[in-house]
Design a protein around this ligand. Structure first.
Ligand code: MN
Length: 160
């Protein structure tokens, strides 16, 4: 079972591999803004779970399993961001995606993908949608400050 933190690492390893072709612990520490010691621990954990392996010079590589998950995690992140941007969400997209991504199921992601595809392929419908989305009752979200979402922070990757 991947923890939230493991998912973030795996996603970043996948992204860095796509971008640079190699990943070192120091690259991960920099990209995730965490201490090198946390990276070392997490790399060991992901190695034990069969998602990554060590290459020459201690570079990190993805096993087929790690590749499969990393690819999904990067896709999930991008699809959720696209979803919010497409609908002109009045929210901090990065923060909101961070609050959702680890809890949404692949099936629900498929629904979001379908919706995003539908609107991207029918831009006139998207226009129409935007004209009607302000109608209807809507709770005053800005004032519901006791909700957990307001207190949501994701700045400690080293705890689990
Ligand atoms: Mn995350």
């Amino acid at each position: 079972m991947l923890t939230e933190s493991m998912e973030d690492y795996l996603e970043m390893i996948y992204r860095l591999l796509q971008k640079k072709g190699y990943v070192r612990a120091v690259d991960l520490a920099e990209a995730l803004k965490v201490q090198p010691s946390s990276v070392t621990r997490m790399i060991q954990k992901l190695d034990e779970c069969g998602f990554i392996y060590y290459e020459k010079y201690r570079n990190v590589g993805l096993t087929p399993l790690g590749e499969k998950y990393g690819k999904f995690l990067a896709w999930r992140d991008e699809m959720l961001k696209e979803f919010f941007r497409l609908l002109n969400a009045k929210t901090d997209v990065e923060e909101q995606v961070e609050g959702i991504e680890h809890y949404i199921t692949p099936n629900t992601m498929s629904l979001i993908r379908n919706l995003v595809n539908y609107f991207n392929q029918n831009l006139d419908r998207l226009k129409e949608f935007k004209t009607i989305q302000s109608q209807g009752e809507y709770p005053d979200g800005e004032k519901l400050v006791a909700l957990r979402a307001w207190d949501f922070k994701h700045n400690d990757l080293s705890t689990d």
